[in-house]
Each structure stands twice: as C-alpha cells, then as structure tokens.
Design a protein around this ligand. Structure first.
Ligand SMILES: C[S@@+](CC[C@H](N)C(=O)[O-])C[C@H]1O[C@@H](n2cnc3c(N)ncnc32)[C@H](O)[C@@H]1O
Length: 156
C-alpha cells in the first residue's frame, strides 16, 4: 500500500495471469486500478486523442486503440479476455446534465459495451457510471441496462 498522507493506493505486490480489456478508457483511472490489482492490460479503447496520448506516454507497453468504439469489432478477442470493463459516457444520466438518457447519443454507448461483451464473452464484465443512472427515468434506464447484461448470460 502506498500512503502519501492524502490518499492510499492499494497495490497487489503480485501480478496475476488475469487480463482486462477496457472501453472508454479516458486517461486510465480505472486501468491503473486494474494494474494495481495485478491484472494484465490486454487492450484499451478511447476516442479522445489527448487521452490516448496520455495513456501511451504513461504506459508505453499498453495496447491502446484511439478510435470510436462503434467502428471496432471485438470478435478476434473471443474467449481470450477475463474482464471487459467500461465507464461508458455518463453525461446523459448525470444530475449535472439534461438527463436525456438513451435519447442522447452519448447515452447509447452502453450498448456498444454490451456488444463488446457479446463478441468477447469474458468471464466478468464491469460497467461503471454515475449515481444519477440509478434513478434515471424512475430506474427504468438501469433496468434496461441490467436486462441487457442478463440476456448476455451474465449473473448479476
Ligand atoms: C467517463 S469517461 C471514462 C473514464 C475512465 N474510466 C477513467 O477511469 O479515467 C468516458 C470516456 O469515453 C470516451 N468516449 C466517448 N465516446 C467514445 C467512443 N465512441 N469511443 C471510444 N471512447 C469514447 C470519452 O472520450 C471519455 O474519455
């Protein structure tokens, strides 16, 4: 554990053989957590050029695809990935936005995450989002998301 007085970072001193693919990787906040947990980073996808350059600068050995996830196919990774993760864009669900949900194109990107899970068939899928998603449209949005994942055979 690293403790600089302001925050603590839990770090697994041992690496594992488990690997992770992450969509919507941003500048690597979640990816760093997986790395600290000892997981192998198989692939990161991020549309923003500056974010992708930041990822590449800090972790030159990571495989980063700087592209729109909607343009990618993932079936070549089928059964080769333990965890598919993604913090899909939250603006459409956040209390800080207009909360248009699936009517906002950014809100539909969850379905790209679900498509990736279907094509890759990982052991575990981890989706991360904002608190506002829980109550969005009287929780109907969350129900659609959970049903979509359940239909892919995931135990919730
Ligand atoms: C909520 S942030 C993810 C933050 C990340 N999980 C982290 O820990 O830093 C969502 C990210 O999705 C990216 N994004 C938005 N649309 C995308 C798309 N169509 N394809 C790939 N990435 C996209 C955004 O640029 C943004 O960096």
């Amino acid at each position: 554990m690293i403790n600089n007085g302001e925050y603590k970072i839990l770090k697994n001193p041992q690496s594992t053989n488990f690997n992770v693919m992450e969509l919507f990787a941003g500048c690597g906040g979640m990816a760093l957590g997986f790395e600290n947990a000892g997981l192998q980073t198989k692939l990161l996808v991020e549309i923003d050029k500056t974010c992708s350059e930041t990822l590449a600068k800090n972790r030159p050995h990571w495989h980063i695809i700087n592209q729109d996830v909607t343009q990618l196919k993932f079936s070549e990774y089928n059964s080769q990935v333990d965890i598919v993760a993604g913090g899909f864009p939250c603006q459409a669900f956040s209390h800080a936005g207009e909360r248009k949900g699936f009517l906002d194109t950014r809100g539909t990107l969850f379905f790209e995450f679900a498509r990736c899970v279907k094509e890759v068939n990982p052991k575990i899928a981890i989706a991360e989002n904002v608190r506002g998603l829980i109550t969005h449209k009287n929780s109907e949005t969350l129900a659609i998301i959970l049903n979509t994942l359940a239909e892919l055979g995931l135990s919730l």
